[in-house]
Design a protein around this ligand. Structure first.
Ligand SMILES: Cc1ncc(COP(=O)(O)O)c(C=O)c1O
Length: 441
C-alpha cells in the first residue's frame, strides 16, 4: 500500500473493508475529506490537485462553487422533497425550461431521476414505448450503468455482468476506435464505415430485423471504455442508418456532456442530433440527479407508465439550477477555457507520446482527454501494471487521476482549473510517465 496511507486514512480503509460491499476501488487509497476548487484534501490533510472531477461530477470545481452551495443551503431550509412525480412544484419546472433551452431549438420534455443508470433505464423504457419495438443496440466498450436494463447495454468488462444475466434484447455493435479499429481498418473514415456496414450486414442481416429495433444507445465519446473518440463522420452515418429504419438515437451525455468537451452536449461536436439524451454526473453540481430528455415530436407517455419517488428532488434541483445558471452566465468564457486548457493538455501529452515509448495514444475533445499506455508502440500491448504505477506515483506526488479502458488514464480536471494547477498536475504526470517508461526496459 502507498506510503501516504498513514494514520487516520489507514484506519478508515480498514474499517471500510469490514463493513462495505466492494465496488470498484482497485486503484490508490484516497480517503476524501474536503474539497475546494482545483484541490481535494485527504483525511490526513494532504492537498492534491484534482484531475478526476471526482468521476466527472465536479466540472465547475471540487465541492462546486459558492453559488451552488448557497442554493443548496437555502432550499434545505424551505422544502427538501416535494414528491414531484405525485404533486407539483415550481423549481423543477423552471430548471427544466432553462435546461431545454440548452438543447436544439424546441427540443422536448424531461424526466428526472437520481443517477446516470436510471436516466438510461428511463430512455430504454421510453424508446420501447414510443416505437413499440423490443430490441436495442449498443456498442462494445460502452458503459451505460449497472442496473439491469442499463447493464444490458454496458459492454466494457465481463466482471460487470458476471452472474447477473441473462440480458436479453440488446445486441452489441462495434464502436469505431481510430487507434484500435476492431474491424481492422486503419483509416478513420474506413473504420467508421466498416462499423456501420457491420450493423447493416451482421446485425440487421443476421440477428434482429431493423424494423424491430427501438433505439441505438451510444456515448459521443466512450468514457469508462477508454476515452474513445470516434471519427468525425461516424454519427452522421449512424443518424442516416437510424432514419432509414425509424430507429431512435439515444446519446448518453452522462460523462461527456455538460461542457466537458467545450459544448453543452458532446454530440454537438459531431453536428448530429439524437432523439433522446441522458445526463447525470455534472448536471447536479455535486448532488445526485439524472435526466432523460426526449424530442418533442415523440409526444408524451400515458400517466402511470413511468415515475419514481425522488426524481425532481428540490435540493438536487436547486444545485442543478444554480450550476446551470453559472454555465449560462459564463458560457462563452467556459467554452474558451475548455478549448485553451484542452489544447495545452493535448500539447503536453503529444510531447510525452513523442518522447516515451509507453504513451501509445492521446485523444480527446476539450477537457475530456485520455492517454493510453502501452508496452510497445509497435505491438500496442496494454501496459496495465505500468498504468497502476503511474496512478500510484501521481497520487503520492499530489495528483488525483482515474483510469478507464484497459490501460488508459483519463485527464478530466474541473474545467475551471487554474493554469498553474493544470501545469503542476501535468508536471507530476510527466514525472510518473518518465519513471514508468524506464521500467519498460
Ligand atoms: C457514460 C455513462 N453512462 C452512465 C453512467 C452511469 O451513471 P451512474 O453511475 O450515475 O449510474 C456512467 C457512469 O460512469 C457513465 O460514464
Amino acid at each position: 500500500m502507498c506510503a501516504k496511507v498513514e494514520g487516520k486514512a489507514r484506519k478508515v480503509i480498514e474499517r471500510d473493508s469490514k463493513v462495505m460491499i466492494n465496488t470498484t476501488r482497485e486503484h490508490y487509497p484516497f480517503v476524501a475529506e474536503k474539497g475546494d476548487g482545483d484541490f481535494a484534501y485527504d483525511i490526513s490533510g494532504e492537498k492534491l490537485i484534482d484531475f478526476s472531477s471526482f468521476i466527472g461530477v465536479y466540472t465547475l470545481g471540487v465541492n462546486s462553487n459558492e453559488s451552488i452551495r448557497k442554493a443548496i443551503h437555502s432550499q434545505v431550509d424551505r422544502l427538501m422533497h416535494s414528491a414531484f412525480t405525485d404533486f407539483y412544484s415550481e423549481p423543477p419546472v423552471t430548471f427544466t425550461e432553462k435546461l431545454l433551452a440548452m438543447f436544439p431549438k424546441g427540443f422536448g420534455r424531461a424526466f428526472f431521476s437520481n443517477s446516470g443508470t436510471e436516466a438510461n433505464e428511463a430512455a430504454i423504457k421510453l424508446s420501447r414505448l414510443y416505437t413499440k419495438r423490443p430490441y436495442l443496440i449498443s456498442f462494445y466498450n460502452a458503459f451505460h450503468g449497472r442496473t439491469m436494463g442499463s447493464l444490458g447495454l454496458t459492454a466494457s468488462k465481463p466482471i460487470q455482468k458476471e452472474h447477473f444475466g441473462p440480458f436479453s434484447g440488446v445486441v452489441q455493435a462495434h464502436f469505431p476506435s481510430p487507434y484500435r479499429c476492431e474491424l481492422n481498418h486503419d483509416h478513420n473514415h474506413d473504420c467508421a464505415t466498416a462499423c456501420i456496414d457491420y450493423i447493416k450486414r451482421n446485425i440487421f442481416g443476421k440477428i434482429v430485423p431493423a424494423k424491430e429495433v427501438a433505439a441505438i444507445f451510444f456515448e459521443p465519446i466512450q468514457g469508462e471504455g477508454g476515452y474513445i473518440v470516434p471519427p468525425k463522420d461516424f454519427f452522421r452515418q449512424l443518424r442516416e442508418l437510424a432514419d432509414e429504419h425509424q430507429i431512435l438515437l439515444v446519446s448518453d451525455e452522462i460523462q461527456a456532456g455538460y461542457m466537458r468537451t467545450g459544448k453543452f452536449l458532446a454530440l454537438d461536436n459531431f453536428g448530429v442530433q439524437a432523439d433522446i439524451y441522458t445526463m447525470a454526473k455534472a448536471l447536479g453540481g455535486g448532488l445526485p440527479i439524472g435526466a432523460t430528455i426526449t424530442r418533442h415530436s415523440l409526444g408524451n407517455i400515458p400517466n402511470g407508465a413511468h415515475a419514481n419517488t425522488f426524481g425532481g428532488n428540490l435540493v438536487s434541483i436547486a444545485a442543478a439550477n444554480a450550476s446551470l445558471d453559472y454555465v449560462i452566465k459564463n458560457k462563452k468564457g467556459l467554452e474558451a477555457q475548455v478549448a485553451a486548457k484542452g489544447k495545452y493538455v493535448m500539447k503536453r501529452l503529444s510531447e510525452l507520446k513523442e518522447d516515451y515509448e509507453i504513451v501509445g495514444d492521446v485523444r480527446g475533445i476539450g477537457l475530456m482527454i485520455g492517454a493510453e499506455l502501452v508496452k510497445s508502440k509497435r505491438t500496442k500491448e496494454y501496459a496495465i501494471k505500468e498504468r497502476a504505477k503511474v496512478l500510484d506515483e501521481c497520487f503520492t506526488n499530489g495528483l488525483l487521476l482515474l483510469p478507464c479502458g484497459t490501460s488508459t488514464i483519463r485527464i478530466i480536471p474541473p474545467i475551471t482549473i487554474s493554469k498553474a494547477s493544470l501545469e503542476k498536475g501535468m508536471d507530476i504526470f510527466e514525472g510518473a510517465i518518465r519513471s514508468a517508461n524506464k521500467d519498460l526496459r
